[in-house]
Write a protein of this length. Structure first.
Length: 325
């Protein structure tokens, strides 16, 4: 019964938050002013207000001069604390660094730089991601006078593609905890999310013969090409088949001449699954596997073809194509 009572309230709260957030401007840098910093008393602040009211009534009723002194002293301290709390955020500049791509289901870290141009330090500032699907996880920091501080928060995108960074919030309750000062920030940055690689992919597909050659280049279940030769002095370390060396105590290298007669293509139509996401997951696993082996490989997707190449830039380009397919 309690769940039925509170669910509509939570639904209305989420809808109001979504409506309000859409009215905020998109920017990767935000300077906090009186227009975008909000303040409300906390529960301890409300209890303090009720206590002061009781003290004031008792002092009036019993004509207690010391009661008046204590009441107005506590009230003055609360007012000063309210001013200090609001000033802790006001004037602070927050800048979001460009986020790095991640795989689906992994945490996407967000690096935020807080800049303080005031001659006094700022204490007890917390940042978190405002996401209805996740709990707010706070990261707290102090910002030195005329200095900067770096805070990292994260959210977890579950689907591949290009995702906008969710709204962020910053707050402080310094110094007394009787007031909560906060702001809401909508960054304009986007995070590229790669498909989650298949956990146990099959071996890499057979290499296709180049023009003028014949016979496919096969790949063993271990992921190594069949064509190997004895190690020669000067061979690059990445060409050494270390798995075979560990088993037989014999150094062998991949036959680059054989590899030059074939091309390894990772084809969407040959990924083996009916479901599109499952095919992309297998292709992502193959891309990572081929890159680890130092192989030249190409990628074929519907409406797009990436020529065979190797290296980190090529791997990144292939994963981006899979994310945006």
């Amino acid at each position: 019964m309690l769940a039925a009572l509170f669910n509509p309230i939570a639904l209305v709260r989420r809808r109001f938050r979504a409506w309000w957030q859409t009215r905020l401007p998109l920017s990767d840098t935000l300077t906090l002013t009186q227009r975008n910093v909000y303040i409300l008393p906390t529960r301890p602040g409300l209890m303090l207000a009720a206590t002061l009211l009781v003290l004031l009534v008792a002092s009036i009723n019993f004509q207690l001069n010391l009661g008046y002194l204590l009441t107005f002293l506590l009230a003055g301290s609360a007012l000063v604390g309210m001013h200090v709390c609001h000033a802790t955020l006001r004037g602070l500049t927050m800048t979001l660094s460009p986020p790095e791509p991640v795989f689906a289901g992994h945490n996407a870290p967000l690096r935020i730089v807080l800049t303080n141009d005031r001659k006094a330090p700022r204490y007890g500032i917390g940042l978190a991601v405002l996401d209805d699907t996740h709990d707010d996880r706070w990261a707290w920091t102090d910002v030195p006078a005329l200095g900067t501080s770096v805070v990292e928060v994260a959210f977890q995108p579950m689907r591949r593609g290009l995702h906008r960074v969710p709204p962020l919030t910053a707050e402080t309750r310094f110094p007394l905890g009787t007031f909560r000062v906060w702001t809401v920030w909508r960054p304009a940055a986007q995070v590229l999310v790669f498909p989650q690689p298949e956990a146990l992919p099959p071996p890499l597909p057979e290499g296709e013969p180049r023009a003028g050659t014949a016979g496919p280049m096969r790949v063993q279940n271990s992921g190594e090409f069949d064509g190997v030769r004895a190690y020669r002095r000067g061979d690059p370390l990445k060409m050494v088949v270390w798995k075979k060396a560990a088993k037989t105590d014999e150094l062998v290298s991949r036959d680059t001449q054989q590899a030059q007669r074939h091309e390894l293509w990772l084809d969407f139509t040959q990924a083996g699954h009916v479901d599109t996401e499952a095919r992309l997951a297998r292709l992502a696993a193959w891309v990572i596997q081929a890159d680890k082996l130092g192989l030249d490989f190409g990628l074929r997707l519907p409406g797009q073809e990436i020529r065979p190449d190797t290296g980190e830039v090529h791997k990144r380009r292939c994963l981006e194509a899979l994310a945006l397919c």
